[in-house]
Design a protein around this ligand. Structure first.
Ligand code: IMP
Ligand code: MG
Length: 182
């Protein structure tokens, strides 16, 4: 793995304030829902979903899915596989998918396609981060925390090769060039 440092991009307080605003919007949009089903995509969304869920002014339940990830790489492999399905029946339910980052959009497009086959009453997406310049799939992400550039980010649940997930803020991975030999 290359040498790198992490440069702060979005501070902890900014994430908390944005999460509160998102939660207020989502609570209003689902005000007529009996019990909203939050679906977190593991592992990257685990911190965001925990913070968001506690700010929602709605009866909620929580389930998780695992979809194939980048492994140790910085580029998506392109093929998306479901490694752990929901334990909850979603036919007729109102569902909010909670994701860490929408990059090419392929992961979410696949998850949405898969979940829509089960006929939820309503399904929406909330993503903490969005990389609009990288989008390939046609996707409707109703709630987005922050747009970011074409940079690799870590922290607040998001990893690079399983590291940096527990940073309280979002940072950018900056490669450090190896020192030139004397
Ligand atoms: P997509 O299918 O290209 O939209 O990829 C989405 C997934 O790739 C996200 O759920 C993340 O798990 C991962 N990902 C995309 N960009 C980054 C990044 O900058 N840092 C860490 N993981 C990322
Ligand atoms: Mg992810």
């Amino acid at each position: 793995m290359m040498d790198y440092e992490v440069e702060s991009l979005i501070a902890e307080g900014a994430i908390a304030r944005r999460t509160q605003d998102l939660a207020a919007d989502i609570s209003a949009a689902f005000a007529d829902t009996d019990q909203l089903l939050l679906v977190g995509l593991l592992r990257g969304s685990f911190i965001f979903i925990a913070d968001l869920a506690r700010q929602l002014d709605l009866p909620c339940e929580v389930d998780f899915m695992v979809v194939s990830s980048y492994g140790e790489e910085m580029e998506s492999s392109g093929s998306v596989r479901i490694l752990k399905d929901l334990d909850t029946e979603i036919a007729g339910r109102d569902v909010l998918i909670v994701e860490d980052i929408v990059d090419t959009g392929r992961t979410l497009a696949k998850v949405l396609e898969f979940m829509k086959l089960r006929n939820p009453r309503r399904i929406e997406v909330c993503a903490l981060l969005n990389k609009p310049s990288r989008r390939e799939a046609d996707l409707d992400v109703r709630w987005i925390g922050f747009d970011v550039g074409d940079e690799f980010v870590v922290g607040y649940g998001i990893d690079y090769a399983q590291r940096n997930r527990t940073l309280p803020y979002i940072g950018v991975v900056k490669p450090i060039a190896p020192a030139a030999p004397d």
